[in-house]
Design a protein around this ligand. Structure first.
Ligand SMILES: [Zn+2]
Length: 245
């Protein structure tokens, strides 16, 4: 189904694409940033504080070059079902604790990279705290404190004229062959949508990683002027969509 084109992308672009990568993993600064910079592609990085601290100066320099560092919480809370421990699982959180930690992560990231986070990525793509009758959505907190919040393992690009910026779809980019990347990009262009890819490690061949070859091919395709993509950070495109809405 074609999306009605009420919202025109700037400068006659056909569609928008954001590349985002989570957890501030060291391969992102050691391998990924140089590839993106070679193509002049700005990306969004949702940072784990402990990993960001391993390369704090490099991350601050990346932000100074136009990349975005976004909030990914202090403790990366996900469901207890992952079996990662008991203290920081979403089922044990309250909205009050979540809000306090979101703001703490904002303060600490601002201190590290010099810019206050404008967007957020839900750890594990999960958007609740508590359990059963006490479970609550924390989407309203993201809407209150950020321009946009990105999910994970979603199944579509975003429809810019109607999407909830606090629940942007994020499409899993890890281990995706370029033929599939191209299908996603072409579909997004046909629909006039905004695709947000969500990956983890960069420039290496392993689980939860985007290889150098796929990243370079993606950047080459995205920056081909004939394709008509607006490639920018989640904050830049989110701000544009917010103002146009
Ligand atoms: Zn994460």
């Amino acid at each position: 189904m074609a999306i009605p084109r009420d919202l025109a992308w700037p400068a006659g672009k056909r569609a928008a694409v954001s590349l985002s990568f989570d957890d501030a993993r060291t391969t992102q600064v050691d391998q990924g940033l140089a590839i993106l910079d070679d193509f002049g592609v700005r990306a969004t990085f949702y940072a784990s504080l402990s990993l960001l601290d391993k390369r704090a100066d490099a991350w601050a320099a990346a932000v100074a070059r136009g990349h975005e560092v976004g909030n990914h919480t202090v403790n990366h809370p996900c469901s207890c079902n992952f079996g990662w421990g008991t203290a920081n699982v979403l089922e044990a959180y309250t909205l009050e604790r979540m809000e306090a930690e979101l703001l703490e992560a904002n303060d600490r990231l601002t201190e590290r990279v010099g810019v206050r986070p404008q967007t957020f990525a839900y750890p594990c793509g999960q958007k609740f705290v508590g359990r059963g009758t006490e479970a609550r959505s924390y989407v309203p907190l993201i809407a209150k404190h950020f321009v946009a919040g990105r999910g994970f393992r979603d199944e579509s690009c975003n429809a810019p004229q109607v999407c909830d910026l606090a629940q942007l779809f994020g499409v899993d980019y890890d281990c995706m062959p370029f033929a599939e990347v191209q299908r996603w990009l072409d579909t997004t262009a046909e629909r006039g949508g905004w695709l947000v890819f969500a990956g983890h490690d960069m420039g290496v061949e392993q689980r939860q990683a985007v290889t150098r070859q796929v990243l370079e091919a993606t950047c080459r395709y995205l920056t081909d002027p004939a394709k008509g993509f607006w490639v920018d950070t989640v904050a830049a495109i989110g701000t544009y969509v917010q103002r146009a809405g």
